[in-house]
Write a protein of this length. Structure first.
Length: 327
């Protein structure tokens, strides 16, 4: 059977798997919210437990749909989703789609910049280490990459805050604009210093696996018979990098980056919380703490699609690489 015949089956299977995973994720979120020691009504009034009680509280619970079971909440969200609506956040008093659009702008800039810079610097450093694996500098950088890979991202963020924001006072501690100034009234140029520390923290969390994997892949390619044969015939190092190394080591590094989209998003959530960065990650944490089920469902859906696209692209690249790999 040809590859073209298998392709529609693969697409249908992937979409079905995505829907099942999404339903499971929504079910788990609903269960966790049900067992949280948080009163959504109190959070609705910014923590004021005595703001409403009695019959008014009962009516408010019914109006917000908090009296629904877990399955009813999922079915309500699914029905609204098929109608082109992600629901209404009762904590923010806005449509979920509008909140996600407003809060995801900074997160998209942060994650896309970190992903791009991580693949550029990570691959370049890994390529250098693979070409010079026995030098002292190569061994030092490898050990640093191993150490950074073992350190949690929030710990890296706290270290950077301590050094560059508190000790040296070169950069702001967090946020996206000066205290008391609305982000909407601040130009993007003035917001750049607020991106530096979160961006550096996220890059450090992404770059180590790329460096280590690229180094090992470069060493494997260099030791292959094709490259040894090319060297015997006088092919320069630059030509070997161009015709052999880039072709066989760059795509695997990109595959690792795409397959790690879930780590990219989870790292962004932690970093946005540490730096009080007003992105989709911090919004997700706030929605969980306030028991805002519609907003949690909407963000979960967007995250699932985001991770699915990354994994699907990585899978396609891996298959293409396995079909066309040659040194």
């Amino acid at each position: 059977m040809s590859i073209n015949t298998h392709h529609p089956r693969i697409v249908c299977f992937s979409i079905t798997r995505l829907l099942l995973q999404l339903c499971l994720a929504l079910f788990i979120i609903s269960v966790l919210i049900a067992f949280l020691p948080i009163d959504p009504i109190a959070q609705y009034f910014n923590g004021n437990v005595l703001a409403v009680f009695g019959e008014q509280k009962t009516q408010l619970i019914e109006r917000l749909g908090l009296n629904q079971s877990i399955l009813e909440q999922i079915m309500t969200f699914g029905h609204a989703l098929f109608s082109g609506d992600l629901g209404y956040s009762y904590h923010h008093q806005e449509e979920v789609s509008q909140i996600i659009w407003q809060r995801s702008r900074y997160s998209i800039i942060l994650m896309s910049s970190a992903s791009l810079l991580a693949i550029i610097f990570g691959y370049s450093i890994g390529l250098f280490l693979g070409l010079k694996p026995n030098t002292i500098l190569s061994k030092i950088i490898t050990q640093l990459a191993l150490m950074i890979n073992a350190i949690p991202s929030f710990w890296i963020g706290l270290i950077l805050i301590t050094i560059f924001a508190i000790k040296l006072v070169w950069l702001p501690i967090g946020g996206i604009s000066p205290i008391g100034v609305s982000p909407e009234t601040t130009s993007f140029y003035d917001k750049i210093p607020y991106f530096i520390l979160p961006l550096a923290t996220l890059i450090l969390g992404l770059i180590a696996p790329i460096i280590l994997h690229t180094k090992e892949k470069v060493i494997d390619v260099i030791q292959s018979q094709h490259v040894q044969y090319a060297r015997i015939h006088g092919l320069s190092t630059l030509s070997i990098v161009r015709f052999h190394l880039l072709r066989n080591t760059l795509i695997p590094a990109i595959v690792i980056q795409l397959a790690g989209f879930s780590e990219l998003f989870s790292g962004s959530v932690i970093i946005e919380t540490v730096f009080n960065f007003p992105g989709i990650g911090q919004t997700l944490v706030q929605a969980g703490l306030s028991g805002d089920t519609p907003l949690l469902f909407g963000i979960t859906l967007c995250c699932a699609v985001f991770v699915f696209v990354g994994n699907a692209t990585a899978s396609l690249l891996s298959r293409r690489l396995s079909l066309s790999t040659s040194f």
